[in-house]
Design a protein around this ligand. Structure first.
Ligand code: C2E
Ligand code: CA
Ligand code: CA
Length: 727
C-alpha cells in the first residue's frame, strides 16, 4: 500500500475514534499527538500511568496508546488494570528495544500490538489502521445487534399488542393443560387483573370448572392426535354464573423441533350471535307452529295432520299394526252459523275441539281441517272395536248441550272411519274414504259413525260415472217424461197426472231415485228440471189443444231448483212460452226444503200461489214439519208418502200415521192424495178413511205421453160405460 493510501485508510477508520495517549516524555508526547491528531475524533493525553488510569475511568476510549516505562504506574500495570475493567479494550504499546522483558507480561494480558519507540509515522499508521478496523467492525456488530435487539423488542411488543387487541381470546397451555399464558381479553373473561395470573393454573381454577373436564379432554385429544379442532361451539360459565357461548379452536403447540409441547387455543364470544340465532329459531318455530296449527282451536291443522298420518303409516307398516283415520263433521253446523252468527259458531268449534281431545289418548291426534271438520288419527290399533268405542264416545260426547250465552244448543256429529291398510294405503285415500263414510253416516240420519266399506267407493265412482253420463244424455236428449195418472177412486175420474222423468240408457232404465240426487250433487239438476218443465208444460198445452183432459199435472221440483234466483219469474215466463195455463200445473216440493229455508220458502210459495199455481208437499210424513209451521205454508195439497201406504192395512203404526195425515189435511183444508197404492185393499182402506185421491200401480203405472192419450180415452170410455150401465 502506498503511503497516501495508508493515510486515506487511517483517516477513514479513525475519524470516529477517541484515543487515550499515555506518555511521560513530554517531547515525544507532543510530537506524536501532533502527528496523530488529524486522524482521530479526539486525543486525550495523560502524563503518567496513574494519570492515564484516571483519564480512562473518566472517559470513553476506543484505543489506548501507552508508553511502558513511566513514573507512578508503568504501561504494563496500567494495561492490566484497564483490561480488568474492559477485557476487550484495544491497547497499543510503544516500546523501546530494551524493554523486551515486559513483552511476556503483555502477551499474558493479551496485548500484541507494539510500536517501536520513538514512534514513526508509518508504524503508527499500520498499527492504528488494523486496530481501528477491528474496533469499527466490533462497533458495527454492536450497533447491528443493538438495532436487532430493538427491532426484536419492538416486534415482541407489537405481537403482545396484537394478541391483546384481537377480539378473540387466546391462550396456550402445556401438555398437562396448565396455562402458560393468555391474552388480556381472556384474562378479563376469567376476572383476572393480569395475564400473568393465569400461568400454572388449570381450567379447574376458574368459574368454568364444571366445563373443565370437557375442555381438558379436548386438549388431550388435540395433543395426542396432533389434529387441530376448529370452531367447536361450547358453553362457558362466567364469573357471575351466567353462561356465554364460545366458538373455540385448538391447535397443537410445537417447539422448534416439531414436538408437541402443549396447545394453542383461541375462542370468540358468540353469545350474541347464539342468542340471535335462538331468537330466529324461536321465531321460526313459532312460524312453524302457526303453519301447522289451527289458530282457533290450537289443534294441529291439515298440514301437521298429514305429516303425522304419513309417519304413522310408515310406523304401522313396520310394526304390522293398523291405524284409524276418523273424519268428523258437526250436523247442521251451517244453520247454527247462519242463525246465531259466526262468533257463536267459533265458540262451538272450540268447545267441540276440547270435547274431542278429552276423549283421545295423548298419543292420538285430533286436527281441525277447517269449518266444523275434524280429523282424528288413532295409532297402534290391534282391535277395531277399540276404534268403534272411541267413535261412539265422540258421538255420545254431544249428548251434553253446548251452553253459550243463554242458549242450550243440542248438537250432533257424524263421523266416518277408515282403517290403514285395509281401506287404503295412501294418506289421501284414507282421508277420502273416512270422508265418504262420514257422508254415509249423515245420509243414514246423522248423529252416528260409520266405518268405511268398499261399496262406498264403488258408490262414489258410480256417482261420478252417472254425473258424466247425465251431461251427455242431456245433450243427446236421452231423457223422456212419463206421466202417472192420479185417480179419484170414489168419483172414478182422472184428477191429474204426475210428470216423472225417465232415463233410458243402453243398459236399460236408470231410476230417477238414483240419478236425481247425483244430479243435485253435480249441479245438473237445473238442466234436468228445465227439461222436464218445458217438456211437460208444452205437452199439457198440446193435450188441452187436442181436446184431452189430463187434469192438473204435477211437476216435481228439487229443493235446489227452488233456490235459483228469479225462480218464480222464470216459471211464469216458461209457462207463457209453452202456452200452458198456471192452473193446469201443480208443483211438488218436499218438506225438507221448506223447513230449512222457512221464511224465503213461504214468500216464494206465496208468489207462486198468487199466480195461480197449485202446490203440494211431496212425501209428506217423512220430514219434520211442525203443525204451526204447516199452517203458514201457502199450499194446496199433502201427498201421503208411499212408505206408509205400503203397510196398510195391517200395520197399526202406518195406519195411525195415514189417518193422522188425512185428518190433518182435512182440518187445514188441504187436499190429500196417497201415492204408491198397489192394491185394492190399500185403495179401499184409504177411501174408507177419507182419502179418495189415489196414485199408484194399482190404477196405472207412469207411461209415455202417447200411452197417456190412450189411457185417457179408455178411461173416459170406461167411465162412460160405467155411467151408461149405471143409468
Ligand atoms: P216421487 O216424487 O215420490 O215419485 C213417486 C215415485 O213412486 C215414482 O218413482 C213412481 O214411479 C213411483 N210409484 C208410483 N206408483 C207406485 C206404486 O204403486 N208402487 C211403487 N213402488 N212405486 C210407485 P220414480 O219415477 O222412480 O221417481 C222416483 C223419485 O225421483 C220421485 O219420487 C221424485 O222424487 C224423483 N223424480 C222423478 N222425476 C223427477 C223430476 O222430473 N224432477 C225431480 N226433481 N225429481 C223427480
Ligand atoms: Ca212426486
Ligand atoms: Ca212422493
Amino acid at each position: 500500500m502506498e503511503l497516501s493510501d495508508l493515510i486515506q485508510e487511517m483517516l477513514k477508520q479513525c475519524k470516529t475514534l477517541d484515543l487515550l495517549y499515555v506518555e511521560d516524555d513530554q517531547k515525544i508526547a507532543e510530537s506524536t499527538k501532533e502527528m496523530l491528531s488529524p486522524f482521530f475524533q479526539s486525543i486525550t493525553l495523560a502524563h503518567d500511568g496513574l494519570d492515564g488510569l484516571k483519564a480512562y475511568k473518566n472517559g470513553q476510549f476506543d484505543i489506548v496508546l501507552t508508553d511502558i516505562m513511566m513514573p507512578k504506574l508503568d504501561g504494563c500495570s496500567l494495561s492490566r488494570k484497564i483490561r480488568e475493567m474492559n477485557p476487550k479494550q484495544a491497547i497499543i504499546v510503544i516500546s523501546a528495544f530494551e524493554e523486551m522483558e515486559y513483552f511476556r507480561e503483555f502477551i499474558e494480558i493479551g496485548i500484541s500490538k507494539f510500536i517501536p519507540k520513538p514512534p514513526e509515522f508509518k508504524h503508527l499508521l499500520n498499527s492504528f489502521i488494523s486496530t481501528a478496523i477491528n474496533i469499527n467492525n466490533d462497533k458495527k456488530i454492536i450497533l447491528l445487534t443493538k438495532a436487532l435487539k430493538k427491532d426484536l423488542d419492538e416486534n415482541k411488543e407489537l405481537l403482545k399488542r396484537i394478541i391483546d387487541t384481537v377480539p378473540i381470546r387466546i391462550f396456550w397451555k402445556d401438555r398437562q393443560s396448565r396455562y402458560l399464558g393468555c391474552n388480556r381479553l381472556f384474562a378479563q373473561d376469567a376476572g383476572l387483573e393480569s395475564e400473568a395470573d393465569f400461568i400454572g393454573k388449570t381450567d379447574y381454577d376458574f368459574s368454568w370448572k364444571s366445563e373443565a373436564p370437557d375442555y381438558i379432554k379436548d386438549d388431550h385429544g388435540v395433543m395426542t392426535s396432533g389434529i387441530k379442532k376448529l370452531h367447536i361451539e361450547e358453553k362457558q360459565t362466567k364469573e357471575d354464573g351466567s353462561q356465554m357461548w364460545l366458538s373455540t379452536s385448538k391447535v397443537p403447540l410445537m417447539d422448534s423441533n416439531g414436538n408437541i409441547v402443549g396447545i394453542l387455543g383461541a375462542y370468540s364470544d358468540i353469545t350474541a350471535q347464539k342468542e340471535a340465532m335462538n331468537a330466529i329459531q324461536a321465531a321460526r318455530d313459532e312460524l312453524g307452529y302457526q303453519a301447522q296449527h289451527d289458530p282457533l282451536t290450537d289443534l294441529p291443522n291439515r298440514v301437521l295432520y298429514m305429516d303425522r298420518l304419513y309417519h304413522a303409516m310408515k310406523k304401522a307398516e313396520r310394526s304390522q299394526k293398523k291405524l284409524a283415520v276418523m273424519f268428523i263433521d258437526l250436523d247442521r253446523f251451517k244453520q247454527i252459523n247462519d242463525s246465531l252468527g259466526h262468533e257463536t259458531g267459533d265458540i262451538i268449534v272450540q268447545l267441540l275441539a276440547k270435547r274431542l281431545s278429552a276423549i283421545l289418548r295423548s298419543e292420538d291426534t285430533v286436527a281441525r281441517f277447517g269449518g266444523d271438520e275434524f280429523t282424528v288419527l288413532l295409532e297402534d290399533i290391534t282391535d277395531i272395536s277399540a276404534v268403534a268405542e272411541i267413535a261412539s264416545k265422540m258421538v255420545k260426547a254431544m249428548d251434553e248441550p253446548f251452553d253459550i250465552d243463554d242458549h242450550h244448543l243440542h248438537l250432533t256429529l257424524s263421523a266416518g272411519v277408515s282403517i290403514y291398510p285395509d281401506d287404503g294405503d295412501t294418506a289421501e285415500i284414507l282421508i277420502r274414504n273416512a270422508d265418504t263414510a262420514m257422508y254415509r253416516a249423515k245420509d243414514e240420519g246423522r248423529n252416528a259413525y260409520t266405518f268405511y266399506s268398499k261399496e262406498m267407493t264403488d258408490k262414489t265412482l258410480y256417482s261420478m260415472m252417472i254425473a258424466k253420463n247425465i251431461r251427455t244424455s242431456l245433450e243427446l236428449k236421452e231423457f223422456e217424461v212419463y206421466y202417472q195418472p192420479q185417480i179419484d177412486a170414489v168419483e172414478n175420474k182422472v184428477l191429474g197426472l204426475e210428470a216423472l222423468i225417465r232415463w233410458k240408457t243402453a243398459n236399460g232404465f236408470i231410476s230417477p231415485a238414483v240419478f236425481i240426487p247425483i244430479a243435485e250433487e253435480a249441479g245438473l239438476i237445473h238442466k234436468i228440471g228445465e227439461f222436464v218443465f218445458s217438456q211437460a208444460t208444452s205437452q199439457i198445452a198440446k193435450w188441452y189443444e187436442q181436446g184431452y183432459n189430463p187434469g192438473r199435472v204435477a211437476i216435481n221440483l228439487s229443493a235446489i231448483e227452488l233456490q235459483k234466483e228469479n225462480f218464480v219469474e222464470s216459471i211464469i215466463q216458461r209457462l207463457s212460452d209453452a202456452k200452458c195455463k198456471s192452473d193446469w200445473i201443480e208443483l211438488e216440493i218436499t218438506e225438507g226444503y221448506t223447513m230449512k229455508h222457512a221464511d224465503v220458502a213461504i214468500k216464494m210459495l206465496q208468489r207462486l200461489k198468487d199466480v195461480g199455481i197449485h202446490l203440494s208437499i211431496d212425501d209428506f210424513g217423512t220430514g219434520y214439519s211442525s203443525l204451526s209451521y204447516l199452517q203458514k205454508l201457502p199450499i194446496h195439497k199433502l201427498k201421503i208418502d208411499q212408505s206408509f201406504v205400503r203397510d196398510i192395512p195391517g200395520n197399526p203404526n202406518s195406519e195411525a200415521i195415514v189417518q193422522s195425515i188425512i185428518f190433518l189435511a182435512k182440518s187445514m183444508q188441504f187436499d190429500i192424495i196417497a201415492e204408491g197404492v198397489e192394491t185394492q185393499e190399500q185403495q179401499n182402506y184409504l177411501v174408507s178413511k177419507g182419502c179418495s185421491a189415489i196414485q199408484g200401480y194399482y190404477n196405472a203405472k207412469p207411461m209415455p205421453a202417447s200411452q197417456i192419450e190412450v189411457f185417457l180415452q179408455k178411461y173416459d170410455k170406461t167411465k162412460n160405460l160405467l155411467n151408461s150401465t149405471e143409468s
